[in-house]
Design a protein around this ligand. Sequence first.
Ligand code: NAD
Ligand code: ZN
Length: 680
Amino acid sequence: MSTVTPIIDHVEDLWPSEGAPDDALGQLVLASHLLGANRAVSNFGGGNTSAKGTTIDHTGREINAMWVKGSGSDLATMGPEHFTGLKLDEILPLLDREEMSDEDMVAYLAQSQLDPKMPRASIETLLHAFVPAPHVHHTHPDGINVLAGTADGERLIAECFGDEAAWIPYIRPGFTLSKQVGLAVRDNPNLKLVVLAKHGLIVWGETAEEAYRKTIEVINQAVAFVNEKTGDVSRFGGRKVEPAGSLQELLPAIRGAVSSERAKVLTVDTSERVMEFVCSEQAERLVKVGAPCPDHLVHTKRLPLWISRENATPEKIAELAEQYRADYRAYFESFAGEGDVAGDPDPRVVLVEGMGLVSTGTTTKLSKVSRDLYHRAIEVIAGAEALGEFVSLDAAESFAIEYWPLELYKLAQAPKPGELQGKVALVTGGAGGIGRAIIDTLASAGACVVSFDLDAEGAADAVAAYGDRGVAVAGDVTSEDAVAEAFRAAVEAFGGVDIVVSNAGIASSSSIEETSLAEWNRNHAILTTGYFLVSREAFKVLKAQDTGGSVVFIASKNSLVAGKNAAAYSSAKAAELHLARCLAEEGGAHGIRVNTVNPDAVLQGSKIWGSSWREERAAAYNLDPEQLDEHYRQRNTLKVSIYPGDIAEAVIHFASERRSGKSTGNILNVDGGVPAAYSR
Ligand SMILES: NC(=O)c1ccc[n+]([C@@H]2O[C@H](COP(=O)([O-])OP(=O)(O)OC[C@H]3O[C@@H](n4cnc5c(N)ncnc54)[C@H](O)[C@@H]3O)[C@@H](O)[C@H]2O)c1
Ligand SMILES: [Zn+2]
């Protein structure tokens, strides 16, 4: 028994011993979930399943039908509504055709849907139709793809499965591939599986359970065969370098380098399998071969960006990313046909030797999809290379998939990008009335948000609705360490930050003789020192990214207007304002804009106004506390109340390059008009 790690992992049969639904569609959904539950069986968005049976059409007649996965859904999470029902008797005669273009195929299938409102049928629908079995499962499992992706794959598949397997040389999915598969199965009743070179597996059965169990069975047969053959081979030729260095420190530079046309969110992966790969002898050569499955291409591109140990510096990373884009544009130029529009040229997967993998995407979801697919790539490359030589789709085949309208259609299913998609915003005082409104407004525009506040629970609550797009950090803006930690968390979660809103605050009110030194120091510590510390960390990350950025201070009308009995607060707010202007000067050369929003009298949701400040202000004006709302409304020129959302609208103005890309050192008063605050 060898002590070397097996080249490829065995997969579990997850079919429940009892409780499976007894209807065909229910079983189909269950089988899909189980296939998708193990990404070594079916990668995200990849693979498809179908069931054939009878149904009653809109005229009341019983007809033969097929339900197949709709384009753009994921097996792991799809429900019955994500399947498309088709009139099978209209589709089967297509088997007699010699050829059919993608456009004709899509149009034909659309006409044959049971209901036009169902999703568009999978790209691989005809393959399912032409295989004469009630249930068909098509997956891209690691265990099969190591064989399908090795130079000697055809011979090895024959050795492993004998005449139970058919081998189909690589061809892009579509009518022709579907017909080849259908004929192979029809011509050979002993067949149990079809292997598509550099692509995946097709298995079928009388029931969903049978098709599922056979899928798992043949994968494990392949796994055992591969591990037996490669028993003493170490993955990727063993270790070349020891893990060393901090990927975290390089992330802002990487993020800047891969955000040339669109801001990207990064996902870091230093898992065992990734580290084994990026530390290995052969990784640098293997990453240049290409993707192991057509399904990966739109999310990983054909090639990742490889950064060797000696190149792991911000300057070199920027240069290598530039080179990557030049190569990508050349690849586009060589293969593009009429009507092809070049996609984003930045890499989706970055591998840093000895440090780990960084995936990129315009959303956290897309970034994680690239990461997950590259996990599959690593496994397939390991196996295929151990067996002989890993082979991939060549550049032309890859381009044909990456720019295939039917693949692009899947991507087009995603919702329209928000104005701040791919951007990362850090908001201090995120648990407060105004802070929460800012978080909601920026997040609704698509930004990832980091909420930083003394109040841990409130900070977490403010981002709870945003899933992995939101991160909460508890801490004090007056602490150097806590502020550094907040930025560290932003970098770890998203790779960096673009928008920093310094908003944490308190207020106090007293005449000068009654202002204690402690009160004075507290105002200045939070409102001045705190804003300095946050800006200092912000500038470090923004400069490392080298993609500009927006810093917004939430000061106050009091930064401009002198009022009675709030000297500590107002002088600290004035210092904030001037700090912003100084930093605008320092940031300009780096495209970092620094602007100030001055609220006034935002009573709703504010903890400040829930505290003694309300009584203190009321006392200063000789009013009852409940008369304050009306007092403030009547005090401004427009006679309006100011709400947290109004402040947030001013923040998004300064946060957005499109709206205010040419404004810095500016002030936007959101106070209903206070003549003494009119800036000049
Ligand atoms: N509400 C108004 O009328 C008004 C007017 C002018 C300016 N402002 C300014 O707007 C900002 C937000 O105020 P708000 O009305 O939302 O108040 P708020 O009290 O509701 O929110 C302020 C948040 O800052 C947090 N915070 C306080 N000290 C902190 C520290 N040391 N470290 C980290 N977090 C800290 C608090 O926990 C709170 O969640 C403040 O800077 C305030 O001065 C508010
Ligand atoms: Zn496929």
